[in-house]
Design a protein around this ligand. Sequence first.
Ligand SMILES: Nc1ncnc2c1ncn2[C@@H]1O[C@H](COP(=O)(O)OP(=O)(O)OP(=O)(O)O)[C@@H](O)[C@H]1O
Length: 290
Amino acid sequence: MIRVNEVTYSYDKVSVLRGISFEENEPVITGLWGRNGAGKTTLMRLLAGHVRPDRGAIEINGSAPYGNSAIIQNICYMQEDHPFSMIWSVHDALRFGKYFNANWDQPTADRLVKAFKLDENKKISKLSKGMKSALQFIIGLSSHASVTILDEPTNGLDAAVRKQMYQALRESHEETPRLILISTHHIEEVQPLCDALIVMHNGKLLLHQPIEDLREQGVWLAGEKNTIMSVASGHRVLEQTTLGSKIRVMLDVPYTKQWKEQAHTLGLSIEKVDLQDYLLNITEDTEVIA
Ligand SMILES: Nc1ncnc2c1ncn2[C@@H]1O[C@H](COP(=O)(O)OP(=O)(O)OP(=O)(O)O)[C@@H](O)[C@H]1O
């Protein structure tokens, strides 16, 4: 479905994507996470065929998307601040969605418009930020495109609406499996939906892994400094705090039975690191060395 090979991209000679390669061949939900400016939106614009890579190749369903209208019909890219015509109503935007997406699912669109309490006659220029995000999400989900790309779909939505959105996304994907790439800063909320996660950092792809593996990665150890130093030796230390003879360290190791047993035997406390905390630490530019 998606094949990205050694892609680079620059804006005005400033390189913002460097040697990006990954493949996604299953109809899964993949999260895309990175700090501000990491290059997520640029990558999504390239995948959607809005711009062409400077070097390297992108294939969506076997062909390059840039300037390829046949392929673009199978891609639905809902940008963070989608450029709808401001004179359109919600109804016009949904008609536009139907027109551009061959697999458009009108019953889903109707159901979600009701669920998100959108007034179809309201002008887009009069929608709140959250309502506009909801409209973008409805079009993205109802498109049933074989590759659906949602850039920060929860932008401006309150917690209750975000929960409704995650539920709708899960149900729709279960009914019609397709590749959905979803960029987010709300990783703790979105990760239960995802099968895999791509992490970008400073224009590079840092990792692309099954979410199950990432959920298990990262361990907090606390206890006597000397004991911890010897246990941590040879492992990457992501964060550390020292308090007298005690120390607390975040190690880049999986939270396994062996680690739990070892910690117990040595009288150390052990905890799993939150996924968000882990991702923030692996994208720190300065690394803590034990
Ligand atoms: N139109 C543009 N012209 C010049 N530079 C740009 C342009 N768009 C993005 N950039 C730069 O490219 C880099 C990557 O930006 P991009 O928007 O892809 O990151 P992002 O991961 O989506 O960030 P965010 O999470 O803040 O939305 C940043 O350094 C940004 O300043």
